[in-house]
Design a protein around this ligand. Structure first.
Ligand SMILES: [Zn+2]
Ligand SMILES: [Zn+2]
Length: 252
């Protein structure tokens, strides 16, 4: 591949059914809505006072503990969960389907996910794949995708390949960046279920922030954007306008 670009793709995919209200598995269905639909439930403690993240990785593609710790800190800084945020992590064997389509990623979740919302606790599914996205092209590779209201995938093999051979260990920084960018979409950024408080959506790159240094900036999705954004060795942070949006929707 002559040119290695980087894309973090957001796919809006709703798998909710019209009869979910009558479904005995309603709590399962409540985790199968579109991206951004549970932003307030995740940000506030109105309905859910605690949050659990089910981290499932393919053997050999475990995310770094640094990245998981950074993700938990991101959640603690932005959400009200007085009864705590916990992570349950485990490995599965390879589904053997790389490159993965979004439909395959959703099917892997459906086959392996154990934790769904209950009365007081909201559950999040994070899958770390042993391969690449089927949406990769010669001009861009996908590092992660938020595809349901509480679900995202990280293409851990692609992240490891991009950061292998670097003098300083950038893998945890890239992991942390992709995880928090995808979760930013799940929190409704930008204008994706969390209403804008100021006009900072980049209309040329919808559902992204127009502040160049912000975690939700579109360059995190194109060309060498991500690598240049993390070249200083730090993880891009949400800017003040994105934080204001989250605060107005029940967050910190
Ligand atoms: Zn994005
Ligand atoms: Zn922003």
């Amino acid at each position: 591949m002559k040119y290695l670009g980087i894309i973090i793709v957001l796919v809006l995919m709703s798998c909710s059914s019209d009869d979910s209200q009558n479904d005995p598995l309603y709590n399962t269905q409540s985790n199968k809505l579109s991206v951004g639909a549970s932003a307030n439930d995740l940000l506030s403690d109105t309905t859910f006072s605690s949050l659990v993240v089910e981290v499932v990785y393919v053997e050999g593609f475990e995310p770094s503990q640094t990245a998981i710790s950074n993700f938990v800190s991101f959640l603690e800084n932005r959400t009200f969960k007085p009864n705590g945020i916990t992570v349950q992590k485990r490995a599965i064997s390879s589904p053997g389907l790389t490159p993965y389509t979004n439909q395959e990623i959703a099917a892997i979740e459906d086959s392996n996910r154990l934790l769904y919302n209950n009365d007081n606790q909201i559950a999040v599914w994070a899958f770390f794949a042993d391969g690449s996205s089927a949406n990769n092209t010669d001009s861009g590779v996908v590092l992660g995708t938020a595809y349901r209201n509480t679900s995202f995938v990280i293409y851990q093999e692609t992240i490891q390949q991009l950061t292998s051979g670097t003098i300083t260990n950038t893998t945890p920084i890239l992991e942390s960046t992709v995880i928090t960018h995808e979760f930013g979409h799940i929190l409704g950024l930008t204008n994706l279920g969390t209403p804008l408080q100021t006009n900072h959506e980049d209309l040329e790159h919808p559902k992204h922030c127009n502040i160049e240094s912000c975690l939700m900036y579109w360059k995190a999705e194109s060309g060498n954007g991500v690598m240049s954004m993390i070249s200083g060795g730090s993880i891009p942070q949400l800017d003040a306008q994105c934080i204001a949006d989250l605060q107005a929707n029940g967050g910190k």
